[in-house]
Ligand binder design. Structure first.
Ligand code: OGA
Ligand code: MN
Length: 202
């Protein structure tokens, strides 16, 4: 057991997901891990490893800048100490969600995302028409000192109205992938995150 697995925040997340289908924890990631992941995202971008994200999957995949303007790269185990540490934390969270909410989450897929200034992601659901394995979305934010006037909020379209969440480093948002429409608003500065999905069996 480590500090993350015992963090009281995990109980809050479980509670939030069960009662309202989403959760935002402002200070979820350790500061040193957030900084290391931000550095890695910038290094991958500088090396030209991030590519325009596509919409849809398989043969239906298209790059459509009118829908989403982020650059992404998927994480694989063994790429760096920081990304491996993040995958370990997410696996502990996955096991906790399975134990307490019986979600039957089998694996986790995740990519770095860099939104250049002005880029956005239109309102959408994180589930494909032909593949409903994505059950819980997890977005971790990596920018330090985000100011409200810089924009870039994640806008959740909840039944009771809109809720904007600023992408402040160390914060993590989780929500039920198939149920909560959301969008990314344009920002005046570069916006860095890790977007991931816990998936069920096919
Ligand atoms: C996504 C997404 C939200 C965010 O990548 O599907 O909705 O705040 N990201 O970056
Ligand atoms: Mn999404």
């Amino acid at each position: 057991m480590n500090a993350f697995a015992e963090s009281p925040l995990l109980a809050l997340i479980v509670d939030d997901l069960a009662t309202q289908g989403w959760s935002h924890q402002c200070l979820m990631l350790p500061a040193d891990l957030t900084a290391a992941l931000a550095g890695e995202c910038r290094a991958r971008a500088a090396a030209g490893d991030l590519a325009p994200a596509a919409v849809g999957r398989g043969e239906g995949q298209r790059i459509r800048e009118g829908v989403r303007g982020d650059l992404i790269q998927w994480l694989e185990p063994g790429q760096s100490a920081a990304s491996d540490a993040y995958l370990v934390l997410m696996d502990e969270l996955r096991q906790r969600l399975n134990r307490e909410l019986y979600l039957g989450l089998e694996d986790f897929e995740c990519h770095f995302a860099l939104y250049p200034p002005g880029a956005f992601y239109q309102k959408h659901l994180d589930r494909f028409h032909d593949d409903d394995r994505r059950a819980v979305s997890v977005v971790a934010y990596l920018n330090a000192d985000w100011q409200p006037e810089q924009g870039g909020a994640l806008r959740l379209h909840l039944a009771e109205g809109e809720r904007d969440i600023l992408p402040e480093g160390g914060g993590v948002v989780l929500f039920l992938s198939g149920e909560l429409p959301h969008e990314v608003l344009p920002a005046s500065r570069q916006r860095l995150s890790l977007a991931g999905w816990f998936r069920r069996r096919a």
